[in-house]
Design a protein around this ligand. Structure first.
Ligand code: SF4
Length: 264
């Protein structure tokens, strides 16, 4: 059995505790308007085209995005950083895309890492069956769980899917006693209304043991990826939040009783 991976990034300090290696799996059920990883969407290898220029000459180069690994192959690559994990209380994070789009590969990779005593985290948009979450929970030390919008109809408009199953999965993981950090992608005008922030805090206050919310401010650094892949119209992208706007959101969440990190 193999999994399709589009990137492996070492020395990450934004995807969970300590120094981590983040494995990005291809395939995502959502299409968030602000997505930074459009190369993750399809669960198949893709060819992207880059336009290069040297002096007056322009030429194109192609690149295949997505490579297959067995769980054993993947683990043999990421465990090379074991010393960094050990020294920093770090580990391996699975992100995407949505890692639960490849449930067997994810579960087996997590189980292998666990056997080796390596801390595991799964960064999830929340949209997969409850059975898939139950299957990986015993091998997952930490869930980084996205809350994009609390209103289901707005969630659907922004991401292509409503949020009912997502909220239900968050409740489920909480009931199972999973360690969870909430990730709030802060997208000006899309999900930063007082109403949405109040609804998020109200929802979280009904859950036990969730103490941290990470704020992920929207930025436009992914524009070149859309050009490379020939999709979308980045001209309509939201504006980036200002420093003051970020501070206001952080302060609101801190005053609501949460530990807050910016950028995860
Ligand atoms: S869930 Fe993440 S990877 Fe999927 S579309 Fe949204 S931002 Fe992109």
């Amino acid at each position: 059995m193999q999994g399709l991976v589009f990137d492996i990034r070492r020395y990450s300090v934004h995807d969970g505790p300590g120094i981590r290696t983040t494995v990005f799996l291809k395939g995502c059920p959502l299409r968030c308007l602000w997505c930074h990883n459009p190369e993750s969407w399809l669960l198949q290898p893709e060819t992207t085209v880059r336009k290069n220029r040297i002096g007056n000459d322009t030429f194109e180069t192609t690149e295949v995005v997505g490579k297959y690994y067995t769980p054993t192959e993947l683990v043999s690559i990421v465990e090379k950083d074991y010393l960094f994990f050990d020294e920093s209380n770090g580990g391996v994070t699975f992100s995407g895309g949505e890692p639960l789009m490849q449930p067997e590969f994810l579960e087996q990779s997590l189980a292998l890492l666990h056997k080796k005593g390596i801390h595991t985290a799964v960064d999830t948009c929340g949209l997969a069956s409850a059975e898939r979450y139950k299957a990986i929970a015993p091998h997952t030390n930490l869930f980084l769980f996205d809350l994009k919008h609390m209103d289901s109809a707005t969630h659907k408009r922004l991401t292509g899917c409503d949020n009912e199953l997502i909220l239900s999965n968050l409740r489920l993981l909480n009931t199972l006693g999973a360690d969870i950090i909430i990730r709030y992608p802060f997208i000006p005008t899309a999900n930063d209304s007082k109403e949405n922030l109040n609804a998020m805090v109200s929802f979280l206050s009904a859950l036990k043991g969730i103490s941290e919310v990470d704020v992920l401010p929207y930025h436009k650094i992914a524009a070149h990826k859309y050009q490379k892949m020939g999709i979308g119209n980045w001209d309509n992208a939201p504006s980036e939040p200002t420093k003051t706007e970020i501070e206001q959101v952080v302060s609101f969440l801190k005053n609501s009783g949460y530990k807050v990190k910016v950028g995860g």
